[in-house]
Design a protein around this ligand. Structure first.
Ligand code: FES
Ligand code: FES
Length: 174
């Protein structure tokens, strides 16, 4: 199978029944994407495929041949950490950190969905040209990513600061 993973071409031999998550973790030495539930319920395994977020535990790797996959290992660049990663540190957006790679990848893709005007379950005006990433939108759109440590206040604050440009205090107080 051939992929582009974190901007690098990758060729790997694996059983066609291998999930994308197992391929990344067990065959390619990329353990950043985490295996929580392994059944699509927790979001710990979230990665980006051509910029869209998916649960890698539910995806067969063979289905994604030729695609561009970004894992948490690929979020940082030449300038260092992604701004969202810095915000997570600043706002204490994690405790054990197990859910963090999934939260980061999910939030990056989520911001793109808002940018493209894709509505969520709580979007009131489906005809509005612009979607405001307010507190409720942010929480709803990130509801597929669970945190057992309950670091949600910090997570929401970090995402809001990075993508919604709202003061963190609002999220902290809610
Ligand atoms: Fe994939 Fe939980 S490990 S959703
Ligand atoms: Fe521990 Fe989220 S920081 S599960």
């Amino acid at each position: 199978m051939q992929f582009t993973i974190n901007d690098r071409p990758v060729e790997v031999e694996a059983d066609v029944r291998t999930s994308l998550l197992d391929l990344l973790r067990d065959h390619l030495g990329l353990p950043g994407s985490k295996k929580g539930c392994n059944q699509g319920a927790c979001g710990a395994c979230t990665v980006l495929v051509d910029g869209e977020r998916i649960n890698a535990c539910l995806a067969l790797a063979v289905q994604y041949q030729g695609r561009s996959i970004t894992t948490v290992e690929g979020l940082s660049g030449a300038e260092g950490l992604h701004p969202l990663q810095r915000a997570f540190i600043e706002h204490d957006g994690f405790q054990c950190g197990y859910c963090t790679p999934g939260q980061l990848c999910s939030a990056v893709a989520m911001a793109g969905e808002v940018e493209r005007g894709i509505p969520s379950h709580v979007t009131a005006d489906l005809t509005a040209g612009t979607i405001v990433l307010d507190h409720d939108e942010l929480r709803e759109r990130m509801s597929g990513n669970l945190c057992r440590c309950g670091a949600y206040n910090g997570i929401v604050a970090a995402i809001a600061e990075t993508f919604a440009r709202q003061p963190a205090q609002r999220e902290q107080a809610a």
